[in-house]
Design a protein around this ligand. Structure first.
Ligand SMILES: Nc1nc2c(ncn2[C@@H]2O[C@H](COP(=O)(O)OP(=O)(O)OP(=O)(O)O)[C@@H](O)[C@H]2O)c(=O)[nH]1
Ligand SMILES: [Mg+2]
Length: 342
């Protein structure tokens, strides 16, 4: 793995939901290699090199899951710090869902299952529906049109919100939900699965005016994916900062040597150091921050990073925090210069 490559590994047993989550991350993260690792039953997990690892668990982790997690914990990145490791309880939309029930699905409802899986695996586990997270980005106007047609087919009957027989299985849905084309039934099942379609139709029965954007937002909210988005970007940001911290220390050492040997051109060296302070990664904190970025907010983050550098317990953490601090100072300086120029 090269200096400029960042890698996130999505690991889990076959069929656990690895590819759906990996595809979501591949679609939403730029400049990162997403690698899937399938854990075999009975074979030890080979060490992986990554900046962050997401372990996809089922509700009841088995022996091979436990073995894989402890193997992955030992992994490193070219002898650097250990990658961060987070557990995900996949297909969380299905866990508390009962076919035919009017109860709304949500990944959050699977929280107790995730906690139990976390206890078994001895890592933090968050419930996520990667399927609904992907759907939130790929639903189209014609999907909305189909969902609307299904919602309006019984809107006037005043019975249970999802009382039709086809809510009991994907097979029944494919055969019986005839208010929309068969190809659309199949597409919706692939995109949302039955719980997701039920959620969308219920929402439209409650709020017929709902827009495509609002539906996307509902799916994203229900999917619980925001926790993963934040965690992955934070992990990458830390990895980028630690690398930059290491690189900068060798640059500083070189400049000091040059100066000591009387060959130094201090001004050029300092310019180089200042330029190297900026981390050009898309997941840098100030790029993903919500709201306006002002010089004072950036300086506040810098102060936090400085405190973290002072209280770091490992040299890896110290390098990362110091690099974050310098990056944020450079960002603040840029904001100031841009402001002066305006
Ligand atoms: N309802 C629901 N289904 C999901 C979710 N994630 C994955 N699935 C479905 O579960 C099945 C397996 O998902 P994959 O993501 O392909 O799992 P995998 O671990 O890559 O599986 P293999 O490559 O076959 O080992 C597919 O039919 C997916 O559509 C989810 O969040 N919710
Ligand atoms: Mg797969």
């Amino acid at each position: 793995m090269g200096e400029d490559t960042y890698r996130v590994v999505i690991a889990g047993c076959a069929g656990s939901g690895v590819s759906t989550l990996a595809n979501y991350l591949g679609e939403t993260l730029t400049g990162v290699e997403i690698r899937e690792v399938t854990i075999g039953i009975g074979t030890p997990c080979a060490p992986v090199q990554a900046d962050a690892i997401v372990y996809v668990s089922t509700a009841y982790p088995r022996e091979e899951d436990r073995r894989a997690v402890s193997g992955l914990r030992e992994g490193g990145r070219d002898g650097r710090a250990k990658p961060r490791l987070l557990g995900v309880l996949a297909r969380a939309d299905l866990l508390e869902w009962t076919p035919g029930s009017p109860q709304a699905v949500s990944a959050a409802a699977a929280r107790p299952h995730a906690d139990l899986a976390g206890l078994a695996l001895t890592i933090g586990v968050v419930p996520v529906s990667a399927l609904l997270a992907r759907a939130s980005r790929s639903l189209t106007m014609s999907d909305m049109e189909s969902l609307r047609r299904m919602a309006s087919s019984r809107a006037d009957q005043g019975r249970a919100r999802l009382g039709e027989v086809w809510w009991y299985s994907a097979g029944l849905f494919t055969e019986r939900a005839v208010s929309i084309e068969r190809s659309q039934r199949e597409r919706l099942l692939g995109l949302l699965d039955l719980p997701g379609i039920g959620l969308a139709v219920s929402a439209l029965r409650d709020s017929p005016e709902m827009t495509l954007d609002e539906m996307g937002e509902l799916m994203r909210e229900t999917s619980g994916i925001a926790v993963i988005d934040t965690w992955v970007r934070d992990s990458l940001w830390d990895a980028a900062a630690a690398r930059a911290g290491g690189a900068r220390i060798s640059l500083e050492r070189r400049i000091v040597q040059e100066l000591a040997a009387g060959r130094g051109r201090a001004a050029a060296g300092i310019r180089m150091l200042r330029r190297s302070a900026l981390l050009g990664v898309p997941w840098a904190a100030e790029r993903v921050a919500a709201g306006a970025i002002t010089r004072s907010s950036v300086l506040e983050w810098a102060a936090v990073a400085r405190r973290e550098a002072a209280s770091a317990r490992t040299s890896h953490q110290a390098h990362a925090a110091l690099a974050r601090y310098r990056h944020l100072l450079a960002v603040a300086e840029n904001i100031m210069t841009d402001g002066d120029a305006a």
